[in-house]
Design a protein around this ligand. Structure first.
Ligand SMILES: NC(=O)c1ccc[n+]([C@@H]2O[C@H](COP(=O)([O-])OP(=O)(O)OC[C@H]3O[C@@H](n4cnc5c(N)ncnc54)[C@H](OP(=O)(O)O)[C@@H]3O)[C@@H](O)[C@H]2O)c1
Length: 418
């Protein structure tokens, strides 16, 4: 008897005795992730047929159909899928990261499992792994990084409807998506339109949804307003320029001098943050300043506003330093926000809005989906195109974190497990 693997279209018919028992001669089908072989065979959309040729009778039997979940000992082509993950093994710099093999997750009730196609590396991963991020302050190493994910569904948990194996979906997860496989709650998923590149889709999830919500949900920008974007060549900054230009606001963006051309290309007036004083660029002051850097506790961003102007604070990367501790960081941020809140009460007072995508999602879950769907639509139509600085493999993740922390990037780094 000889055994071969062959491709076949969906629906190659199983023999009466094979897949039910998941055993044919000495060949054993082993299910992973808790699903029975029968269920896997039933659910698989990427179908491969195991063809057994009886050398004596020359009869050919198709004894099984399955995809990656079938193991054939000794056959190097068939191996158990590995779930590689990027793990924070100890809080601190990139040297505290490890790429390790983790158990294969199983979709629980109301969940799907996805094979991860792309997951961004974010600046926000830096405060998370340095233990300077309020939302993940309860986490203790080891835990898996990965703020967002685009994946292909390869397992459906009980009670999931509206999705099928093979569907491409996205979610913002905060943690856990720098992995080969992960589970997701079906209710949280956003579909990725056909033809959209998974890497570009992943590059959009956190950064562009943040920018969209900063413009339209937080600041409610209007055509003709004068807007300053701090860190304009950063991932969120670039999206703010592109999406701001689309609604007709006039844009200025701070960036290092060598990135002036990028700011112009994206529709902004460049300001060199190392040489120029942005508070003097527009003597009448800006209507809105978007600040994800928080240099000088936002003092100069606030000073650059016109009376009644709005500071939208959404990040504090200037405060993310190795010697910093979370309680002191949170105390100083709270003091800043409180002080700005009081200043608002003065005549002609300037306003402050503190934005968090997770808080907004918790309060308005439908907004997140609507906004991400809208952005995916723009991506599918090629109206927007995120700049991607690099497609990263697991082996390059630690170096990629060093690059993110060093600054000077133009575009996102995206982990693509395959
Ligand atoms: N609130 C939320 O929901 C939310 C959502 C997403 C992100 N964030 C936060 O927002 C911030 C930005 O995120 P990101 O992903 O866009 O980060 P990013 O890609 O690292 O961009 C940050 C940009 O800021 C620039 N920059 C650094 N120091 C500056 C200064 N003194 N003046 C002006 N620009 C300066 C950097 O330029 P160089 O490269 O030249 O150093 C870089 O281009 C991070 O703190 C992130 O954690 C918050």
């Amino acid at each position: 008897m000889s055994v071969e693997w062959g491709s076949a279209s969906r629906g190659c018919s199983p023999p009466s005795s094979g897949p039910e028992t998941a055993r044919a001669g000495s060949i054993q089908l082993r299910a992973i992730g808790g699903a029975s072989p029968r269920k896997i065979l039933h659910q698989q959309s990427r179908v491969r047929c195991l063809i057994v040729v009886n050398d004596r009778t020359s009869r050919i039997h198709i004894v099984a159909e399955a995809a990656a979940e079938v193991f054939l000992p000794g056959n190097p082509r068939m191996h158990e899928p590995r779930n590689r993950v990027v793990q924070v093994s100890r809080f601190g710099g990139p040297e505290g990261l490890e790429v390790v093999d983790a158990p294969m997750p199983t979709a629980g009730r109301g969940e799907v499992r996805v094979r991860v196609l792309a997951s961004s590396l974010e600046y926000t991963d830096v405060p998370i792994r340095r233990h300077l991020y309020a939302q993940t302050m309860g986490q203790r190493p080891p835990f898996v990084l990965g703020y967002d994910v685009v994946g292909q569904i390869d397992q459906l948990g009980d009670g999931v409807s509206g999705f099928q194996l093979g569907d491409q979906v996205a979610d913002m997860t905060v943690l856990g998506s720098n992995a080969s496989y992960r589970t997701l709650r079906a209710d949280d998923l956003t579909r990725v339109p056909a033809g959209v590149d998974a890497m570009e889709a992943a590059a959009i999830i956190l950064s562009w949804t943040t920018a969209y919500q900063l413009l339209h949900r937080a600041a409610k920008v209007k055509r003709g307003q004068h807007v300053l974007v701090q860190g304009a060549v950063g991932a969120v900054g670039q999206a703010l320029l592109v999406l701001g230009k689309m609604v007709g606001v006039e844009l200025w963006g701070t960036a290092r001098g060598e990135h002036a051309r990028v700011v112009r290309e994206l529709g902004g007036n460049p300001i060199d943050y190392q040489r120029e004083d942005f508070t003097r660029v527009l003597p009448s002051g800006f209507d809105i300043v978007f600040d994800g850097v928080g240099q000088d506790s936002y003092r100069r961003s606030y000073a650059a506003l016109k009376p009644g102007g709005l500071l939208v604070a959404y990040g504090y990367s200037a405060s993310v330093q190795p010697q910093r501790r979370l309680p002191s960081l949170l105390t100083s941020l709270a003091r800043v926000y409180l002080w700005r809140g009081l200043l608002r009460l003065l005549p002609g007072g300037k306003r402050t809005y503190v934005y968090s995508i997770n808080l907004m999602r918790a309060r308005h879950p439908t907004w997140f989906k609507e906004d991400l769907e809208r952005l995916f639509g723009l991506l599918a139509a090629r109206t927007i195109r995120p700049r991607v600085a690099g497609r990263i493999s697991f082996d390059e993740v630690i170096e990629a974190h060093r690059r993110i922390e060093a600054g000077g990037l133009d575009g996102k780094l995206v982990l693509c497990p395959d």
